[in-house]
Structure formats: C-alpha cells, structure tokens
Write a protein that binds this ligand. Structure first.
Ligand code: G6P
Length: 509
C-alpha cells in the first residue's frame, strides 16, 4: 500500500544506497549496495517517478566526476539518484562530529561517549540546509518526502524556512533515548522542535516511540491522541527563536503522527541467496574448515554500541565455566570497518584485538584456536554462506535500533536448525523474543549460559524456535515496513505491522 494520492516520492538519506569504485581511467563506477532498504524503496520510486538524494560516500571525487556513474545507476533502476557532496570541513563537523560523536552515542544511551562541540551543531545545521537546497532543486508541489535517520533531523524545518513546505515523513533507524539521557543534549529544544516539523515521525519500536513522546510531553507540553501503532500529537505554535520555546500551553500549530514501524529485511532475497548451490558449497567448506565443531557466528560493524568486548568476555566465561565446549565450538567473529576517523572507534579496535589475543592465548591448544577473527568487509554471498553454516548467531548489542544481522541470520537459515542468541536491547528483541534466546549483554555469565544452552539445545527445540523466527522475519519484511510507513502518511492510512509488542525482560526469559 502507498499513499492514496500516489504523490511522487523523494527519499533523502545521508548516504545514497550505492558503493562507488574508482576506475583506472580516473572515472567512477557505482554499484547498488546490498540491503533491504534499496529493494523496498526503489520499486516505489520507480513506480512513482521518484528521486533518492544523498551523499555518494566519498570526498575524493567531485560532483561532476560522480554524476555519470549515478546517471548509469539511475538508468538501471528507473529512478533518479542525486548526489549531495561534502567538503572536508562538513565531513568533520556534520558526519563525524554532530552525527556520529553527538547523536549516535546519545541515542544509544552512551552519553559519556558524546563530544558536545558547539561547532558541530553549527555545521549540522548548515549541512541540513544544504540537503534542503538539494530537495528544493527537484521537489514539485504535492511530492512526499521520506527522510531517513539521525543525520537529517532538521530537514523539514529547513525546508519550511526556505518557504518550501512539503509533506514529509521521518524515520529514525537508531533508538531514541529516554528523557533523562536526551536532556543532556545542549540543543534538545531545537532538535525536538525541528523533528515536529515533519508530518509523520516513525520509530523502530514502541520503546523508542514512548521515549520520544515522553520528551515532547515534558519539554513542550504537547497532547497525544490515540493509542494504536500510530498516535497523533498536537504541536503548539513555537516562537521563531529557541528562547521563546519551553513548556506551557500554546495554540495548536499542527498535528503530527508518531508511529512505531520496525524495519525488516528482504527475506526472500536473503533466503534465495542462501539456497544457491555456490553459497551452499561455500557454507559446507566453512563447516569442513572447523571440522564439525559448532560455529558461533558474530557479524558486527566496528562500533561501541555492538557490545563486542562484552561478547568476547562472555565467550571467555563460557570457556571457563563449560570446559565441554573446548575443541567443540569456534567463535567466528567478523568485524566490519567503520567510522575510522573517530578516536573511540580506533580505540575499540585495539581493545578488541587485545582481548582476542588474550583469549586465544589462554585457550588455544593444538588443533583448536577458539576465536577466528576477521576485520574486513564481507560480500553478500560470503555473508550468506556464514549465516548458513553457523549453528549459533550471537548478537550482544548494548543498544541497537533494530539489528538486521539477527533477521538476516534467520532468513538465511534455510535448514532451520540454527539458534539465535539476541540482546534484549536490540530493537529486534520485541519481534523475535519468542524464538530467540534473549540475553542481557552486560550479564556476561548469563550470555555464557545462553551459549552453553544453545550448544546443547536439542534439534527439535532448535527447529521449533527457528520456525517461529523465520515466520516473523518473513511476514514483517521490509516491504511491509515501507507499506506501513507510507500507508500511515495517507489520509486515514492504517499501519499494517502486527508484531509490535514491546519487550520487557521477565524472570522467565
Ligand atoms: C547505522 C545508521 C545508518 C548508517 C549505518 C552505517 O545503521 O542507522 O544510517 O548508514 O549505521 O554507518 P555509516 O556512518 O557508515 O553510514
């Protein structure tokens, strides 16, 4: 389902969904990045003659240099990809700075990792203005704008300031923090007020939506109507200056819809890839390499939110407490390089490699190295082979918007006998709580016990759990997510997502 009026769709995200590669002749080639977002949004863009606006992922090329590659991609996909280029100073202040050293840690509750530099905020505003100018170049009256993620929270407000009020929806891919964490942000009023310029604001889970609603109730005294997966918020008229804002009753300026829309994956694409003979053969080779031992798989971007040190410590605990695991399991941990200019990320890599060295040093015996660690980018086919080969997937995020690795693992488990161990602080926990073994990543004894439980889990229970997981991941896929979000933008639109139940830890989990 899409908005009833079939308005043209303009998608805006910090990154375009592509990877650029430099050719030897100095030109550039663009290849679509793999992932559900592009599979879900490109067909809608194609049908409705849409445009995707974003940064092409490099500061090494000029706009003129990347344009031919984007034009070729636009031709292939039947929709337009339009670049927004960054200067080095914008990269530092907007991308590394405000987006990834302020909002990213804050929204993952890790405010001690925040670097609240006032200059970052200035550049964030400037770059949001730059994105607004790129939108203004292509937008026509009646277009619907779908803005993605924490890099672009000011976009609707910038557009209005430019006199280009568009109908716009915003989807936050990360979590939204609780009030007492959000209040640390020096620009808390501005960010919230700018978000409320969108007509629809979508979150991954009810937890995130609840946090957001609490913040706007406390800071702006708004009224919330309705109780379903999409509620309506009556937003007061704000003064032009931030100083004029603050709690207190005011005239209602506009009504904003706020919903929970857990993102999914392209289930059939992942399952189809895992079923290909060459992927099956790769998976078999991986199993042979570890000589019949159970493979515990980790796939994480190098990020302090992923709980990688906790995972390693939990694995070490498991080897201490359950010696029967020796020679019978391998932790195969892929770490994908990310945001390497940020000191906390570089530091994390050193910490991990030190810890892995220690654990392997402590437990390795002739014929068995417990942790296989790879720091690299993994192609879609290789990733599917690892998912298929893994007996257990281990996700220990300290907090995560959704965690698509967990869902991809389930989709790729076409033999249906793998066990998913999942952090209860990943957004996916709400949907996957019935089939996964949920863990508190801070409880390294608890995670160790879950590893032991997964290792010894009878085949029947493994299959029952994986069947439940796959059913949810298949039904609540990325197409359903896009339909639900776009459906909620239509007048009287209904969100169709069903698996929205909140996850609250209980003594029995
Ligand atoms: C998270 C964010 C995305 C972001 C991705 C990779 O999943 O929600 O918006 O694109 O991380 O991070 P990067 O900084 O490389 O774009």
């Amino acid at each position: 389902m899409e908005p009833g009026d079939q308005a043209r769709l303009i998608v805006v995200s910090n990154r375009l969904p592509l990877v650029l590669n430099a050719r030897e002749d100095g030109g550039w080639d663009a290849k679509a990045s793999s992932g559900g977002l592009i599979s879900a949004l490109v067909p809608v863009l194609r049908r409705r003659g849409g445009v995707w606006i974003g940064w092409p992922g490099t500061t090494e090329a000029t706009r003129e240099e990347v344009e031919p590659a984007l034009a070729a991609m636009s031709e292939t996909y039947g929709c337009t990809f339009k670049p927004v280029m960054f200067t080095q100073q914008e990269m530092e202040g907007f991308y590394f700075g405000f987006s990834n050293e302020v909002i990213w840690p804050l929204f993952h509750d890790l405010f001690t990792n925040c670097n609240f530099q006032p200059d970052y905020w200035k550049t964030y505003q400037e770059v949001n203005r730059k994105f607004a100018a790129a939108v203004a170049e292509v937008a026509r009256p009646g277009d619907f704008l779908w803005v993605h993620d924490y890099h672009l929270m000011d976009l609707a407000s910038e557009l209005r300031r430019m006199g280009l009020p568009s109908r716009a929806g915003f989807f936050l891919h990360t979590p939204f923090p609780p009030l007492e964490i959000f209040l640390r942000l020096p620009w808390r009023f501005e960010i919230l007020r700018n978000l409320l310029e969108f007509n629809l604001i979508g979150f991954q889970t009810l937890r995130d939506r609840r946090n957001f609603l609490t913040c706007i109730k406390v800071l702006f005294n708004v009224r919330v109507k309705g109780t379903g997966s999409v509620v309506r918020v009556q937003v007061p008229a704000f003064g032009a200056e931030p100083a004029a804002m603050g709690p207190g009753p005011a005239q209602v300026a506009q009504t904003v819809s706020v919903g929970a829309f857990p993102i999914g994956i392209d289930f059939h694409a992942v399952a189809g890839l895992a079923a290909r003979p060459e992927v099956r053969a790769k998976a078999q080779a991986l199993k042979n390499d570890i000589r019949g031992r159970q493979m515990i798989l980790g796939v994480d971007r190098l990020d302090y939110t992923k709980g990688l040190p906790n995972k390693l410590q939990a694995f070490r605990n498991a080897l201490h407490h359950y010696p029967e695991l020796h020679h019978r399991v391998n932790l195969v941990q892929h770490v994908v390089p990310s945001r390497k200019e940020i000191p906390d990320y570089r530091q994390l890599r050193l910490e991990l490699e030190h810890l892995i060295g220690q654990i392997n040093g402590e437990f390795t015996e002739s014929g068995w190295v417990p942790i296989h660690y790879m720091f690299h980018n993994l192609g879609a086919e290789d990733l599917a082979a690892y998912y298929l080969a893994a007996d257990i997937a281990l996700v220990t995020s300290l907090k995560d918007g959704m965690n698509l690795v967990a869902k991809e693992y389930c989709a790729a488990q076409i033999e249906q006998a793998g066990v998913l161990i999942l952090s209860e602080f990943a957004g996916a926990a709400a949907q996957l709580q019935r089939g996964a073994l949920l863990v508190n990543p801070y409880d390294i004894d608890g995670v160790a016990a879950a590893i032991q439980r997964a290792f010894t889990m009878p085949d029947k229970e493994r299959r029952e759990r994986m069947r439940l997981l796959r059913r949810t991941v298949r039904t609540e896929d990325v197409f359903r997510w896009a339909d639900a979000f776009l459906g909620a933008t239509a007048k009287g639109g209904v969100a169709h997502l069903t698996n929205l139940e909140d996850y609250l830890p209980s003594a029995s989990t």
